[in-house]
Design a binder for this molecule. Structure first.
Ligand SMILES: [Cu+2]
Length: 632
């Protein structure tokens, strides 16, 4: 009996162990911080910029090898300008590593902003420049920190550097972004605690004074509300969650709200014929770059990397059912570490919900209504708000839809001197043209991690002649991308170019390799010149598509530390080796760009603009997988 009970106990303990991709719980974050602190391998004053799950190796997750729970942390010591990485082993309660990472700067956080704020307010030149603009009360000024980038300027070789921009809060405005104090930019070295360089350009543009408050329930005449529309699910949610795994219709997946990348999908699979077929091991937003096109002294440096420099998950905002997500959503809290390493919980950081999705398919009087499942979060990075939705469909397709909203970065202008780098959006206000680039890392495992192969499809007209007697013939040509260099590809409207990832050893019912296709949506090419610093620092902009063989440490397309980075890190560096990618475990990288030419209707708050891409089954099934949808 005792042996039996012990056996039972062992089974129960085993079951109680979290799945290896379960995000760190609050007590694990606290324990990891304690292990790191008590090791005394990093300075006591160093603060945590990231503390998150150290993802176990892919093999050990896929083969249930019960890997140890580990936490990965990045710490920064302001006194010495040193950055450390540490890995705490929560299973053995020991520190597995702590390393000084030379010549890098971690993400910019609230503590940096607070320090810059103090440096500026204590600087007589800065106060004098404000006084010269008629601003006497410093508490009517808000300072916003922009990442400084890198331009090889004198004095920027060492130290932690940002550029600080003041806005007026005169009249107690909540939308101070409408009141930029133009031409006053402090180039601040936080390591020395000094303003290195104060840009104070001629004051030909007044501080725009027109209020641009966002309407609340009380301060504006609001239109008649539309007729009530109730979204209820009287029998409860349509999805199940078991040990962190979502099960909905035939989909299975896990997720984490990562402090840097935001929503990360894991182990996405589809149930087919009684088994779960793998599709996507890990899907994430690897990096974002937002280059502005205005070359003036107060604007040229604005090229933020919102994921790697600020942290999309860390800047998540709470979702309110009925407002930020439908009333029938289920919300989930997210737990991060604060700078001291203490766990802090953001309530309702992620929403999961079903919604109506129009017609699934139809012919004549036979049709089915579609439903989709949406996993959603919103990141508020300074003035901008980015919504990210992973959308699962009953036809086996998966979509990433980004919603761009929030308040544009605008500059004060004299109404008479409009330039072509910006577009007027309000009295004395113009918003500079800019682009938003999003690089997604898609670790696809089509019917298993390997062998996977990337094929490019180009449709081309057939030359006039016997094969094309009436002039209308066109064919679709497929070519395998065999090496990393071959796989640096761009969109091409002239050939309706697409890419599929196939498993050459798995066959559908027609006998063809199973696959998924990447369907691009809106896109753009960068306007910044190839020799510009931003292009060198963001090599991910060089191509819409990159393919790399899976490598555990290759997560961030512009490098692990894009803040103040120099050049060539991330994708350009890894792919120099020109590794083979055919019939391997591969990672597909897709960069989506949006050219934002501001218009008055984008002010004072942008109506949501959406853009994204789809992964759709391409021979993964032998026919329409939604044929079995029930009659409504
Ligand atoms: Cu924009």
């Amino acid at each position: 009996v005792r042996t039996f009970l012990l056996g039972l106990y062992a089974t129960l303990t085993l079951q109680a162990a979290p799945h290896p991709l379960t995000p760190l719980a609050a007590d694990e974050i606290a324990a990891a911080a304690r292990i790191i602190r008590e090791s005394h391998r990093v300075p006591d004053a160093a603060r945590f910029t990231i503390l998150t799950l150290d993802e176990p190796p892919k093999d050990s997750v896929l083969h249930n090898l019960n890997p140890p729970r580990r936490a990965f942390a990045v710490l920064y010591d302001g006194a010495t300008d040193h950055t450390f990485e540490a890995v705490a082993n929560l299973t053995t309660r020991k520190l597995d590593r702590a390393d000084l990472i030379p010549n890098v700067e971690p993400m910019i956080g609230a503590e940096d902003s607070a320090r810059v704020d103090r440096i500026l307010r204590a600087d007589p030149r800065w106060r004098q420049a404000l006084l010269a603009r008629g601003i006497r009360e410093l508490n009517r000024v808000v300072v916003i920190c922009w990442s400084a980038g890198h331009f090889d300027l004198p004095g920027t070789q060492t130290g932690r550097i940002v550029r600080a921009i003041p806005y007026s809060t005169e009249g107690n405005t909540r939308n101070f972004y409408a009141h930029p104090i133009e031409g006053l930019v402090a180039h601040v070295n936080m390591t020395t605690g000094r303003i290195m360089d104060l840009l104070d350009t001629p004051r030909n543009a007044p501080i725009p004074s027109t209020p641009a408050e966002l309407p609340t329930t009380f301060n504006l005449p609001l239109r008649e509300p539309p007729a009530p529309l109730l979204i209820t699910q009287p029998n409860g949610f349509g999805f199940k969650i078991e040990d962190g795994e979502v099960r909905w219709q035939k989909w299975r997946f896990r997720w984490m709200l990562h402090p840097r990348e935001g929503l990360v999908l894991y182990t996405v699979g589809y149930e087919d014929g009684g088994r779960i077929r793998p599709i996507l091991y890990r899907g994430s937003l690897s990096e974002m770059v937002v280059p502005y096109g205005d070359p003036s002294a107060g604007w040229f440096f604005r090229n933020s990397f919102d994921a790697g420099e600020f942290g999309l998950g860390l800047n998540a905002s709470s979702m309110r059912p009925g407002i930020d997500c439908p009333a029938n959503c289920r919300t989930f809290d997210a737990t991060f570490a604060d700078p001291s390493g203490a766990p802090t919980t953001l309530p309702r950081a992620v929403a999961l919900y079903e919604r109506d999705a129009g017609i699934a398919w139809k012919h004549d009087d036979e049709a089915r209504r579609a439903r989709e499942l949406v996993l959603s979060f919103v990141s508020t990075v300074g003035n901008y708000d980015y919504g990210f939705d992973w959308i699962f469909r009953q036809d086996g397709s998966l979509e990433m839809r980004v919603s761009l909203t929030g308040i544009m970065a605008a500059k004060a202008v004299a109404d008479s001197d409009h330039d072509l780098f910006s577009h007027p959006v309000g009295p004395n206000l113009a918003a500079p043209h800019h682009q938003h680039f999003f690089t997604f890392r898609l670790d696809l495992d089509i019917d298993g991690p390997a062998p996977n192969r990337v094929i490019e499809m180009n449709s081309v007209a057939v030359a006039a002649g016997p094969r094309n007697p009436y002039g209308g013939a066109f064919e679709m040509r497929e070519s395998t991308l065999a090496t990393e260099r071959e796989a640096q590809r761009n969109l091409d409207l002239t050939t309706s170019r697409k890419w599929i990832v196939v498993n050459p050893t798995a066959k559908n019912s027609l006998g063809h390799p199973t696959g998924y296709a990447l369907l691009p949506g809106e896109n753009a090419i960068p306007f910044a010149l190839p020799e510009s610093w931003i292009r060198k620092r963001a090599g991910l902009l060089d191509h819409h598509i990159w393919v790399t063989p899976y490598a555990a440490g290759e997560l961030y397309a512009a490098g692990d530390y894009p803040n103040q980075s120099r050049a060539g890190d991330g994708l350009p560096r890894w792919t120099k080796a020109n590794r083979p990618i055919d019939s391997r475990d591969i990672v597909l990288w897709y960069t989506m760009g949006i050219t934002h030419n501001p218009r008055p209707e984008d002010w004072p708050v942008m109506p949501v603009h959406t853009a994204g891409f789809k992964l759709i089954p391409w021979g993964f099934f032998g026919r329409n997988p939604a044929m079995d949808l029930p009659v409504n």
